[in-house]
Design a protein around this ligand. Sequence first.
Ligand code: PEP
Length: 253
Amino acid sequence: MTPSIRPLIVGNWKMNGLTASLNEFNAFGAGNDAALRRAVDLIICPPATLLSALAHSAPGKGISIGAQDCHMKDSGAHTGDLSAAMLADAGASAVLVGHSERRADHGESDAIVRAKAEAAYRNGLTAIICVGETRAEREAGKTLSVIRRQLKGSVPETMTARDLVIGYEPVWAIGTGLTPTAKDVEEVHASIRAELKKIIGKEEGARTRILYGGSVKPTNAKELLAVPNVDGLLVGGASLKAEDFLTIAGFYR
Ligand code: PEP
């Protein structure tokens, strides 16, 4: 944690959730009591099909709605894609860009991620830019250089702490049940903080929220949240159940 930064917990539902998930979302709202609202910001990123429904149901729950991806252009002939303008119109206030599953499944380069972050900025959405090394890169001792390269390539210099969040998600930790040690997370987050200060300036870089993501569970969240420069968490699987997500966020009470 960084004492002067308001923490943030983001839930990424990925390709999970049908209309019935609205009941689960109501449980998120019911459990987000006054103490939790005072302590931490919450964002849920449902699949795009549920964005509008969750955004309509969100007022009063103290939970913001995010999207999982956006196109780099605001409109045009891009069948099947969604622009940041559309996501904002549907009620999103944030969007994940450069998630490792998008980088791997859709060949998204740093330049593409940067263009998507710029589209988010243009349309008033907070860009949650994801970075992270593969297992092979970690084993080759390249973690810090890979993260630095991703940040340099993906983060627009004009962004500020208000419209930017960084998610550090080691690819090998996502959905595997494996997590880096607290010492490893501390090292990477310190390096992200230093690089951000170079890219967007000392003051903005010092205030930008840096989240850890990858197999976060109620059983390991407390230890991860205590790591310096971990300003919150990006939670995949454990964000599908209100009870687990609220237990994780509840460590900030
Ligand atoms: C993610 O994909 O953003 C993620 C953190 O997934 P999980 O928590 O399931 O590892």
